[in-house]
Ligand binder design. Structure first.
Ligand code: ADP
Ligand code: MG
Length: 616
């Protein structure tokens, strides 16, 4: 297909914006081009988080010699020519922007060959192309991008650490592998293979990405209703995840984050999941392209539907029927041995036909999100960087966050004052017994104290751990059987950045391969802790922890999560333990557990008398 320059009348109708702002968006654009070129094998290689190298190789149709130079020009595309075409976009790219804007901020080289022609290469530096040279090449295209943003230091400075950028690329690649299970993807970072799929269908990709056990937890669905085709995998009712990184939606083959669909799914799960539990889903929604506007966001990660109610209603209806297991579910649950999902192509109905067909009652779509759903204030991880998508002027501003140091100082001063006021002489406290295996009662003159033994215990372990950490005296206690924690790309990338901190705390933790973390020792004070609940808590706060840079605050969070996991609820303490606990509290009745709950509650004799109306 010939590359031509879009006329201004078409170009001006396309939402403008930065296409490339991070390594992952470079990878995204180049892989999309490979997919658009009809490749069945795509290999991606990055180094230095994609900052020093991104190389994408495909076995697609290739670029003809006379089109090679045109590919570098802005608004040059072979995929769209008339404004009308915008309403039926079937390719992933169509703006003709990516190659030009990546080339402008890097050293790029394209080597390509079509089935009929010879191989040719054309390199550029900062957007300036050299001359076209003959090159040995198999049929297909190889695009190499080196030294991204080398000529725009402001943008380079804005990038995150190599590890974090790599994590985002890994996420992107995971999404590509899921979106096109018919394509073989190979992805390497710093020479290490991170992902490999074989074009053998979605179930195979899911096992590769999330582990072979995942399939036991998932329900495969396939529904065709009102011109909308919904297929993919849903987590069963009892399968939840601590954050939203396990949710993938592909609309007409394109990965998107969309509130209409995500709230429909979330609301369908609402009665099964608790707060801060998120459903797992990998869903493909195919509908007539004329009712989907992909042109809404510069990075094309959102879509607009001509009729939100139709989409919401259909998705909600299908997902809730499957989860409720009612008779209609049979219609939507795919048979056990479903063949590999075909790539999204045909849509059987037009929009008008679909609207006519919509007969079942759907809950009204309010645009509001249900329980635990994505809120605009906290977008899912892949979207976290989207503020940068609107250009550097905004991105380069220094965020004026709260002054943590000042906040901490004030907090500590306040704590100290409160502590002094609430200290009680330990020897004067008389133990009076326990209630509900949780509350310990003490009397002291005209005052009574009720101590929450679990909160107190947690607090004491926490203090001890913090102290040992600050003196670097933590003892790592090796485990007989190492603990393995399978994660997804972004979770792994996040946790990996915390390895040094966790090691400082006394964990022995490392990369087991395949996005799995291996824990082989824990801090001796935390022996017997519940590691899965500890890591679940850490990952739950993935987004907030990411925002916190002060390692001290981070340590606090980790330590408190660890302690919570170390204290078992509903356990009766011996009298000796009760005494030891109080002694270690040193009579401090103003203590709070690491999560901010009070350790002790004060009740005076006069308050008691008021309760019984002895005094008013
Ligand atoms: P767009 O994808 O929006 O058309 P790009 O700047 O990404 O714009 O690419 C410009 C053109 O270069 C494409 O339209 C396509 O013709 C050609 N091209 C880019 N990458 C490839 C590839 N991997 N294989 C074949 N052709 C490609
Ligand atoms: Mg493109």
């Amino acid at each position: 297909m010939k590359i031509h320059i879009l006329g201004a009348e078409v170009y001006n109708q396309i939402a403008a914006g930065e296409v490339v702002d991070r390594p992952y968006s470079v990878v995204k654009e180049l892989v999309e081009n490979a997919i658009d070129a009809g490749a069945t094998e795509i290999s991606v290689e990055i180094a230095g988080g994609g900052k020093s190298l991104v190389k994408v190789t495909d076995n697609g149709g290739g670029i003809e010699r006379e089109d090679l130079a045109a590919a570098y020009l802005p608004h040059a595309t072979s995929k769209l020519s008339r404004a009308e075409d915008l309403f039926g976009v079937r390719t992933l790219g169509f703006r003709g922007e990516a190659i030009a804007s990546i080339a402008a901020v890097s050293k790029m080289k394209i080597v390509s060959r079509t089935a009929e022609g010879e191989g040719w290469s054309l390199a550029s530096e900062g957007g300036k192309t050299g001359s076209i040279l003959p090159a040995a090449s198999p049929v297909g295209t190889e695009v190499t991008v080196e030294d991204l943003f080398y000529n725009t230091p402001a943008r380079l400075k804005f990038l995150k650490s190599d590890a974090q950028e790599e994590g985002d690329v890994t996420n992107m690649m995971t999404r590509f592998a899921l979106s096109r299970p018919d394509i073989s993807f190979t992805y390497l970072a710093n020479g290490k293979e991170k992902l490999k799929t074989h074009g053998e269908g979605l179930a195979a990709v899911l096992s590769t990405v999330y582990g072979t056990n995942i399939l036991k937890e998932l329900i495969e669905i396939s529904a065709d209703k009102h011109g909308i085709r919904l297929r993919g995998f849903l987590g069963n009712r009892n399968f939840s995840k601590p954050n939203r990184t396990y949710q993938s939606l592909f609309v007409n083959g394109r990965y998107v984050v969309n509130q209409t669909v995500s709230s429909a799914v979330t609301n369908a799960y609402a009665s099964y999941l608790m707060k801060r539990q998120y459903p797992f889903y990998v869903l493909f929604l195919d509908l007539p392209p004329e009712i989907v506007d992909v042109n809404v966001h510069p990075n094309k990660t959102d879509v607009r539907f001509a009729d939100n109610r139709l989409v919401y209603g259909t998705v909600y209806h299908v997902v809730s029927s499957v989860l409720d297991g009612n008779s209609r579910a049979l219609e939507y649950v795919a048979p056990e041995s479903a063949s590999p999902a075909p790539p999204p192509t045909s849509s059987p109905m037009t929009y008008e036909e679909a609207k006519k067909e919509l007969r079942f009652e759907v809950p009204v779509y309010t645009g509001k999100l249900g329980l635990g759903a994505a809120s605009p204030a906290s977008p899912p991880p892949l979207e976290v960087h989207s503020s940068a998508a609107y250009g550097i002027s905004q991105a380069a501003q220094t965020p004026s966050g709260p002054d943590y140091f000042e906040e901490n100082k004030q907090y500590l001063l306040g704590q100290e004052a409160a502590k002094k006021a609430q200290r009680v002489e330990v020897a004067s406290l008389e133990y009076k017994g326990e209630l509900f295996r949780t509350y310990l009662f003490y009397e002291c003159g005209d005052d009574a104290y009720i101590v929450d033994q679990h909160a107190a215990h947690e607090r004491l372990i926490y203090d001890r751990l913090r102290e040992k950490m600050s003196r670097r005296e933590v003892v790592a206690q090796p485990m007989l059987v190492p603990f393995l924690l399978p994660l997804n790309g972004s979770e792994f990338a996040f946790l990996e950045t915390q390895f040094p901190l966790l090691e400082e705390m006394g964990f022995e933790i490392g990369d087991f391969g395949g996005n799995t973390v291996k824990v082989s020792a824990v801090p001796s004070d935390l022996m017997g802790m519940d590691l899965s609940s500890f890591f679940r808590e850490v990952l739950e706060s993935l987004e907030s922890l990411r925002a916190i840079r002060l390692s001290d605050l981070l340590k606090d969070k980790l330590a408190s999560a660890a302690c919570k996991a170390a204290v078992k609820g509903g356990e009766r303490l011996t009298e000796e333990e009760v005494r030891a606990l109080l002694e270690r509290m040193d009579g401090d009745m103003g203590l709070k557990c690491p999560h901010g709950r009070p350790v002790a509650v004060h009740l005076s004799k006069s308050e008691m008398e008021k309760l019984f109306k002895r005094i008013v």
